[in-house]
Write a protein that binds this ligand. Structure first.
Ligand SMILES: CC(C)(COP(=O)(O)OP(=O)(O)OC[C@H]1O[C@@H](n2cnc3c(N)ncnc32)[C@H](O)[C@@H]1OP(=O)(O)O)[C@@H](O)C(=O)NCCC(=O)NCCS
Length: 207
């Protein structure tokens, strides 16, 4: 497990990962880590992902408390991307509102992408606006979208056009991807071919 110390005006955080589920089990969750589900449920989800073959959890830790996390896992079974052998999904990033605006998310992302293993994968992230914490951040969805694309852009993720139904459901939703330096051309070509599924039928008027 890699670890760095990140100094913030609110105190020092350890940014570390990939974390084993047994290690996560010893830690508590900050009670404001409730963006996706209640903190105790989210802790169980983090442990479950850490136990997956291709699962990875990175955390920001203050003493024995998890202050934020990033998850990586294979794409969801119902998603089109699951058929690609080299796609890994950055599933969630959350920093407790106690620790926001201290460059924790940006620095933790850099720690994750320093893992050489990332170079073997196309890492995607589906930014879906109904998961965004517009209430606490005081950002409207378009400013939120800009903030996220800049945040993920800083580790080499780029916006990807697609007709994935989860993305086109709302104009603020965004698919981003980072292609690792060791991804083969045929895996890249397969990814290209998967971005649009409905193009031919749209052009021909067939559904
Ligand atoms: C989005 C989120 C992860 C950002 O975490 P954070 O640790 O506060 O982010 P950082 O301090 O690293 O800031 C990253 C950039 O975003 C900007 N930013 C973050 N929050 C902001 C806000 N409320 N208003 C304006 N800019 C903001 C920062 O200014 C920074 O930009 P800079 O590098 O140009 O200075 C955090 O707000 C969060 O957990 N939100 C709820 C979950 C969520 O929306 N996850 C993303 C979808 S899965």
């Amino acid at each position: 497990m890699k670890q760095i110390v990140h100094e913030t005006p609110k105190g020092a955080l350890y940014l570390e990962g990939p974390c084993a589920s047994s290690y996560l089990a010893e830690l508590t969750m900050n009670d404001k880590l409730n963006n996706f589900r209640p903190p105790d449920k989210q802790k169980e989800a983090l442990k479950m992902i850490a136990d997956l073959d291709q699962g990875m959890i990175y955390i920001a830790r203050h003493e024995k408390e998890i202050a934020g996390y990033i998850t990586f896992h294979p794409p969801d079974d119902c998603s089109r991307w699951v058929k690609h052998p080299r796609i890994m999904e950055l599933g969630g990033i959350e920093i407790s509102s106690d620790w926001r605006r201290c460059k924790v998310a940006g620095t933790l992302l850099k720690v994750c992408f320093n893992n050489p293993m990332m170079e073997n994968y196309i890492v995607i992230t589906m930014e879906i606006c109904w998961h965004w914490d517009t209430a606490n951040t005081k950002l409207d969805i378009w400013s939120y979208q800009r903030t996220l694309t800049k945040l993920f852009g800083a580790v080499g993720m780029k916006r990807v056009p697609t007709d994935d139904p989860d993305i086109i459901e709302h104009p603020a939703n965004v698919l981003m991807a980072r292609v690792g330096t060791r991804v083969h051309n045929n895996d890249m070509a397969l990814f290209e071919s998967m971005k649009f599924k409905n193009r031919l039928s749209d052009a021909s008027g067939l559904s």
